[in-house]
Design a protein around this ligand. Structure first.
Ligand SMILES: Nc1ncnc2c1ncn2[C@@H]1O[C@H](COP(=O)(O)OP(=O)(O)O)[C@@H](O)[C@H]1O
Ligand SMILES: [Mg+2]
Length: 350
C-alpha cells in the first residue's frame, strides 16, 4: 500500500480520533503514517523515516522485529529522552500482511496522579503521627508516677487535650475534603441567599474575633442594592458556610490584633456575585500565592500548627468553590491587607 492510500484509509481516520499516538510502518520499519498525537510528540514529517531513528530506545529493533514476524502483541515502557518527563506504554503489533502498528499510550497523567496520592498519604501519616507521638509520650510519663506535682499534671493534661483536639480537627478536615471531592462534579441546585448566610457566619465567629479585639464588618455597596437580582446563588448551604468560616478563621488567625475584617459583597458582570474577605495582617509573599490551596501547604508550618491550623482549609475552599462553578483569587500586600475574593454565578431569578 502506498503512503497516499494510507492517508485515506480507515485506520488513519481512526488514528485522527485518538488522544494516544499511533504510527504505522511497513515490515521493514519505514513509517507510512502517523496520527496527530504522534506528530505532536515525535515531530513533523515522520512519514518516510525509519522507526528506529524516531524511537530512541535500546530494545526497539529487537521488539519491532518480533512484532513484524508474528501476530503477537508486544509492549514496553518508553520514556523519550527528548521530551521532558513523559512516559508512554508502547504497544507493537503486526496489522495484516504488510504493516506494523505502534500505539503510544500516554501514562504521564496517571503517573503524576499516583505521585500526588502517595505524597498525600505520606503527609497525612506524618501530620497524624506528630500529635500521636506527643500524646503517647505524656501518657507514659503520667503512668510512671513521676509527676507527683498536681500543677504539673494539669499542665500535661492540657497539652494532651490540645493534641487530641488537633488530631480530631485534622480528621474532620480530611473528611470534609473527601466529601467535597466526591461531590465535585455534581452542581448543587438549592437556592442560597448569600447575604443572609454571610451574616450568620459573621455572627458565629464574632466571639473568636473579639478575643483578638477584632471586628467583622459586612458591607454591601450600592450596586448590590440597586441591582434587581437578589443575592441568590445555586449552592449547598453547608458547603458555602464552610467556605466563609474557613476564610474568616484565617482572617482572624493571621490578622493583626485590634484590626477590622471586612466582608464586602458586590455584583460583578456578567451576573456574578463577588465576596471579598479582607484582613489587615502580615500578608503573604507573592511566591506563596499560587500554592496556598494545595493540601497541607502553609507559609509557616510551625506557626500554623501552633495556632491550630491543619493546612487543609484553603484546599477545602477551592474544591467547594469549583463545585459551585465559582472562582477564587488571592491578593496580598505585605504588612497590609490580604484579600480572598470568591465569585459565584447568580441563580436566575424565579
Ligand atoms: N488571611 C491570611 N493572611 C495571611 N496568611 C494566610 C491567610 N489565610 C491563609 N494564609 C496562609 O495560607 C496557609 C494555608 O491556609 P489554610 O489552608 O487555611 O491552612 P491553616 O490550617 O494553616 O489555616 C496558612 O497556613 C497561612 O500561611
Ligand atoms: Mg485555615
Amino acid at each position: 500500500m502506498s503512503q497516499d492510500s494510507y492517508a485515506q484509509s480507515p485506520i488513519s481516520q481512526i488514528g485522527d480520533m485518538l488522544d494516544d499516538g499511533l504510527i504505522l510502518t511497513d515490515l521493514g520499519g519505514v513509517i507510512l503514517s502517523a496520527n496527530p498525537a504522534a506528530v505532536r510528540w515525535f515531530g513533523e514529517s515522520l512519514t518516510g523515516q525509519m522507526i528506529f531513528d524516531v524511537i530512541n530506545h535500546p530494545n526497539i529493533g529487537e521488539l519491532f522485529a518480533k512484532a513484524a514476524d508474528g501476530a503477537k502483541r508486544y509492549e514496553m515502557r518508553y520514556e523519550p529522552t527528548n521530551i521532558v518527563q513523559r512516559e508512554f506504554r508502547m504497544r507493537l503489533q503486526r496489522i495484516g500482511d504488510q504493516s506494523v502498528a505502534l500505539l503510544f499510550l500516554d501514562m504521564t497523567l496517571q503517573r503524576n496522579l499516583e505521585k500526588v496520592r502517595r505524597d498525600f498519604v505520606a503527609n497525612v501519616s506524618h501530620e497524624l503521627r506528630s500529635p500521636l507521638t506527643s500524646l503517647a509520650g505524656f501518657v507514659e510519663t503520667m503512668l510512671s508516677d513521676e509527676v507527683p506535682d498536681p500543677a504539673m499534671r494539669t499542665r500535661f493534661l492540657n497539652i494532651m487535650d490540645e493534641e487530641a483536639k488537633r488530631m480530631s480537627r485534622l480528621i474532620d478536615d480530611l473528611l470534609s475534603l473527601s466529601r467535597v471531592e466526591v461531590d465535585e462534579h455534581i452542581i448543587p441546585e438549592n437556592r442560597v441567599n448569600l447575604v443572609e448566610l454571610l451574616h450568620s457566619v459573621g455572627d458565629s465567629l464574632t466571639g473568636r474575633a473579639m478575643k483578638k479585639n477584632m471586628r467583622i464588618k459586612i458591607t454591601r455597596p450600592d450596586n448590590a442594592q440597586s441591582c434587581d437580582a437578589p443575592p441568590v446563588i445555586f449552592g449547598n448551604h453547608d458547603e458555602i458556610t464552610e467556605v466563609f468560616v474557613n476564610l474568616l478563621e484565617n482572617a482572624i488567625k493571621y490578622g493583626f490584633d485590634g484590626s477590622d475584617i471586612t466582608l464586602a459583597i458586590t455584583m460583578v458582570a456578567p451576573r456574578h456575585l463577588r465576596i471579598d474577605v479582607t484582613n489587615f495582617g502580615e500578608g503573604i509573599e507573592e511566591r506563596h500565592l499560587p500554592r496556598l490551596t494545595e493540601r497541607f501547604y502553609r507559609v509557616d508550618k510551625a506557626r500554623s500548627r501552633q495556632i491550630g491550623g491543619t493546612g487543609l482549609g484553603l484546599a477545602i475552599v477551592k474544591h467547594i468553590v469549583n463545585r459551585h462553578r465559582g472562582s477564587l483569587s488571592i491578593t496580598s500586600t505585605l504588612g497590609e491587607t490580604t484579600r480572598f475574593s470568591v465569585d459565584f454565578p447568580l441563580a436566575p431569578s424565579q
